[in-house]
Design a protein around this ligand. Structure first.
Ligand code: SF4
Length: 186
């Protein structure tokens, strides 16, 4: 078990705390064992960034490893424009702006600020429709900032064996681990 919280866990934990267990368990396996087509398409849409070929400009940081000491969060950000202070998090398709998407960019924002960068602008980018969705900075949305801090606290205190848990059918139906999970309702 990592001593830090991977940024991707923020979204996974909101979806289902048990999915983090499977994420950890299968992280060393070939993704094709458990990832389904939407996840694999998502990986494809990140290819240029993961390979750092999206931009040749030196002020555009691509696929940057970031760590936030305050919240003990670690992960990657897609794009950061140092000149504009702008974080861009790319999703293959955005049908709804889930809280987890916002918490993910908050984590990136806090990490970059600890590294000394000025973050003044955050957008989520829908790759399929080439559309940007602006996200308020955490200091300008105190309700979401409070939810972010509670989520980090909940993840830190969650215990797979001892924390009461009830699966939700609609989530299990859309869960990439539903063939592997003993709590699955499918
Ligand atoms: S199958 Fe259901 S209970 Fe199991 S990890 Fe997925 S969403 Fe959670």
């Amino acid at each position: 078990m990592e001593t830090y919280i991977p940024i991707s866990f923020l979204n996974d934990f909101i979806f289902c705390p048990r999915s983090i267990y499977f994420h950890q368990l299968y992280s060393n396996f070939n993704n094709s064992i458990y990832q389904q087509s939407p996840q694999l398409l998502g990986v494809q849409s990140h290819k240029a960034i993961d390979e750092k070929t999206y931009s040749t400009s030196s002020h555009i940081l691509q696929s940057l490893d970031v760590y936030c000491e305050k919240y003990n969060l670690c992960g990657k950000l897609d794009l950061f424009d140092c000149n504009l202070g702008k974080i861009t998090e790319r999703k293959r398709e955005i049908k709804f702006i889930y809280d987890g998407y916002i918490f993910q960019v908050y984590a990136q924002c806090f990490a970059l600020r600890e590294m000394g960068y000025n973050v003044s602008n955050i957008v989520l980018h829908d790759y399929l429709h080439n559309r940007n969705y602006p996200i308020a900075l955490p200091e300008n949305d105190l309700e979401m900032f409070g939810k972010f801090e509670k989520l980090v606290s909940d993840i830190n205190s969650f215990n797979l064996e001892n924390t009461f848990f009830t699966p939700v059918l609609t989530k299990c139906e859309n869960c990439i681990y539903n063939q592997l999970c003993d709590y699955s309702l499918c």
